[in-house]
Design a protein around this ligand. Structure first.
Ligand code: MG
Length: 326
């Protein structure tokens, strides 16, 4: 994001890490696999999204070199993936219900709403009144504290699939204290940046579901490790979304085709965010409320260069020579 509102990373910080460290490394070292590249970044603390940008591109490249779809490289098994939509905070409860109605009309089978203090139980109640049976979950993006336990407990009455990241973005312990008092599973998002975080959170019963975003956890290798850990511990996972273009969306769809992704993922159709996506064949919802997993090599989509050019704000060209000067 432009500002550090989700994690500490921003477009500028990622640009810096890519330019100063990661792109030069690609010219210096001959990497045999995405994993080898990932291992070479050990000395770089944090900055997971910047590392993921290269790591994920290498997975795509590898798929194209050996003519295999990314889904297959990762161990995906599903030809299409269940998806849901995320609904932001609305000005009124009436508008919230209207937004939900419209997404259900589009064919989405699972709705997630953002909540915050003062816009929590009432919001869920308003939706449940209209739609008692739909798959519904909430995401607090760290807006609550343990002092709000009483409010959060009231959400147990609405058969939610999960409550996502109710407490601090860097907390695990308080989530364990909260989970003890809730019937609804807690799902961690921001708190899980590494497989080690996932292991600790699950061992402490701080969550019973994990939202995997490849960018947040440093790419696809780590996403897979967290997925495999969750499968072993019988914990469902799903793939979160970060306003991706069709390129990011294609990576997420491939990841969500792995067997442990048993809950619908936040991977909406292209038109949810864009009038025109930067890929030629946009992602569209099927009549089952799913997205099809591309079967072509790598991420399996074709970039629409005309649209991309029209929205490009800057370009950089790297060569061995320019890198050597740096
Ligand atoms: Mg979230």
């Amino acid at each position: 994001m432009k500002r550090p509102w989700y994690s500490e990373e921003t477009i500028s910080s990622a640009d810096y890490i890519l330019r100063e460290l990661l792109i030069p490394a690609l010219f210096r070292t001959k990497f045999e696999s995405p994993k080898q590249f990932l291992d070479s970044t050990k000395g770089i603390r944090g900055n997971n999204m910047a590392v993921a940008a290269i790591e994920m591109a290498l997975w795509d490249l590898m798929g194209k070199m050996i003519q295999k779809p990314l889904s297959q490289l990762l161990g995906g098994v599903k030809p299409e993936v269940q998806v849901g939509v995320s609904v932001g905070i609305q000005p009124t409860m009436g508008e919230l219900v209207k937004a939900v109605t419209s997404y259900l009309g589009d064919g989405y089978k699972r709705i997630k709403i953002k909540i915050k203090p003062g816009y929590d139980v009432e919001a869920v109640r308003a939706i449940r009144k209209e739609y008692p049976k739909i798959l519904l979950q909430v995401d607090a993006n760290s807006a609550f504290s343990l002092e709000d336990t009483k409010t959060l407990k009231q959400l147990d009455a609405f058969s939610l699939l999960l409550i996502e990241q109710p407490l601090a973005h860097d907390d695990i312990l308080d989530h364990a204290k909260l989970q003890k008092q809730l019937g609804t599973p807690i799902c961690l998002d921001e708190s899980i940046r590494t497989p080690q975080d996932a292991k600790q959170a699950l061992e402490m019963d701080a969550c019973r579901v994990i939202n995997i975003k490849p960018g947040r956890v440093r790419g696809l290798q780590r996403s897979k490790e967290i997925h495999d850990l969750c499968v072993r511990m019988n914990v469902p996972v799903w793939c979160g979304g970060m306003l991706e273009t069709g390129i990011g969306r294609a990576f997420n769809v491939a990841l969500a085709s792995l067997p442990g992704f048993t809950l619908p993922s936040d991977i909406s159709a292209s038109k949810h965010y864009f009038r025109k996506d930067i890929i030629k064949k946009e992602f569209e919802l099927t009549s089952n409320g799913t997205l099809k997993v591309p079967q072509e090599p790598g991420i399996g989509i074709e970039v629409d260069k005309v649209v991309l050019d029209a929205c490009t704000v800057s370009k950089e060209h790297y060569t061995a020579n320019t890198i050597a000067v740096n």
